[in-house]
Design a protein. Structure first.
Length: 87
């Protein structure tokens, strides 16, 4: 079993070829924004409050590759219309 991270073009190709079993994908932008809010709250730059939820992790396999997934440069989950909070 070979599991990768992120739906980068190379990983999509490996999934399609059957050389990769699954890819773990999450909304990195959402996670970075949450981390920044936590740091800013810790430093007093933002009032304490809800920093938000971590992004949901999607498990993509050769059987559920998003329709229209690109294998060219610059492909992203957003280009395929997916969001971290959808299944």
């Amino acid at each position: 079993m070979f599991i990768g991270h992120d739906l980068a073009p190379d990983n999509v190709a490996l999934l399609r070829e059957g050389r990769m079993s699954a890819v773990l994908h999450h909304d990195l932008k959402q996670d970075i924004q949450r981390c920044c809010r936590i740091i800013m709250q810790t430093q007093g730059a933002l009032a304490d409050g809800d920093a938000g939820e971590p992004s949901k992790i999607d498990v993509i396999t050769p059987f559920n590759i998003p329709p229209g997934a690109l294998s060219g440069a610059g492909a992203s989950m957003q280009a395929w219309g997916l969001r971290a909070n959808t299944r």
